[in-house]
Design a protein around this ligand. Structure first.
Ligand code: ZN
Length: 357
């Protein structure tokens, strides 16, 4: 075996004692250790020869060799610590970190989720038209989610909304659901506030549904105006203005008759397609129109919850999906993108959170 320093040559004890303190590197010192004390080292070799000697000589030679072995091991350990200290010193002086260098990048700031942005923009557009925030709980009684909205227990329209029913505690007399619509805000407002009022409810709703255009949790915006003299024409004008403010430009709108249990009459609002401006494209299925809102004059059975009648204090209500409005405004093709938390998707929506004052 040829090692770097050639210590495999036979070396006697006094030569070894001189060589060890002069070993220049840790690698050279290790070579030296192997050549003396390793499996085939010179001291080891002499220890193996002891068996050939007669007992008296073996005893004396054995003691001598063991003393030499201990002395050499100690010398090697001493040299090793000197060389290691020198190596550490070298690394500390050459691998120094320059604390004055500028940091490589500024920490990225988070941004508002596009749905949060959409809800703020919707609220701002409605606020400009005199609507104020109103609230309803996400866990709602069957009564407020359905019955008081003119949807009694036997009503077939209940089937349209795949409802999450909560397991009742034994002591609760009422049935609880995760609200399927923000319309519970209408009932709670009618019970608590005297007209005239304009309120908006924006928040989470829940349905047992999951596919390309449905998620089990999504968001709705609900609005209601109750005031003496309110007409269907007022509703059409206000909704058209709301859409103009939210989308930032005027699109043509039209109303189609539609049945909702809690309105009479009810309608759906179509808006000129934002992608093709009415020419017809894939998104609007060639019709040039997009369905954006449901609305109608508040049904007399619903007004009755607040002790009102439509001859004296009529009102209108409307509702829309926040995700749908956001998809149309930002050109997002798949509803689920809002919920999959891909940084690349989310970073496109530039609004940074406003710092607290
Ligand atoms: Zn279109």
């Amino acid at each position: 075996m040829i090692r770097t320093q050639g210590y495999t040559q036979f070396m006697d004890f006094s030569q070894a004692q001189q060589a060890i303190p002069q070993a220049p590197t840790l690698a050279a010192l290790e070579d030296l250790r192997v050549s003396l004390l390793g499996l085939n080292g010179s001291i080891t070799a002499q220890l193996k020869e002891l068996g050939k000697l007669d007992p008296e000589a073996r005893k004396a030679k054995g003691a001598e060799l063991n003393q030499q072995k201990t002395a050499l091991a100690e010398a090697i350990a001493a040299r090793k610590s000197v060389l290691e200290a020198a190596e550490l010193e070298r690394r500390l002086s050459t691998e120094r970190v320059d604390m004055t260098l500028p940091a490589s990048s500024v920490l990225p700031l988070g941004k508002l989720h596009p749905l949060s942005v959409a809800m703020e923009e919707i609220a701002a557009a409605l606020k400009a038209l005199g609507f104020v925030h109103a609230y309803g709980p996400e866990t709602e009684t069957d009564d407020y989610n359905f019955t008081k909205l003119n949807l009694p227990a036997h009503h077939p329209a209940r089937q349209d909304q795949d409802t999450f029913y909560l397991t009742p505690w034994a002591e609760l007399k009422e049935t609880y659901v995760l609200r399927t619509q923000t319309s519970n805000v209408q009932i709670r407002t009618l019970e608590a506030v005297a007209p005239p009022f304009r309120v908006m409810g924006i928040g989470r709703v829940f349905r047992r549904d999951y596919d390309l255009t449905h998620t089990p949790q999504f968001h709705q915006v609900e609005g209601m105006m109750v005031e003496e003299g309110t007409t269907f024409a007022n509703m059409a004008a206000i909704l058209s203005e709301f859409l103009r403010r939210y989308f930032g430009q005027q699109f043509k709108t039209r109303l189609r008759p539609h049945y909702f249990p809690f309105t009479e009459p009810g309608a759906e609002v179509d808006m000129e397609c934002v992608f093709c401006h009415g020419k017809g494209c894939k998104v609007c299925k060639g019709t040039g129109w997009l369905e954006v809102l449901g609305c109608g004059m508040v049904h007399r059975n619903v007004l009755a919850v607040g002790g009102l009648n439509p001859e004296q204090t009529p009102g209108f209500a409307f509702g829309a999906g926040v995700e749908r409005l956001a998809m149309l405004k930002y050109g997002v093709p798949d509803l689920r993108l809002f919920y999959e938390s891909h940084g690349q998707f989310l970073r496109q929506f530039g609004q940074a959170p406003v710092a607290a004052a």
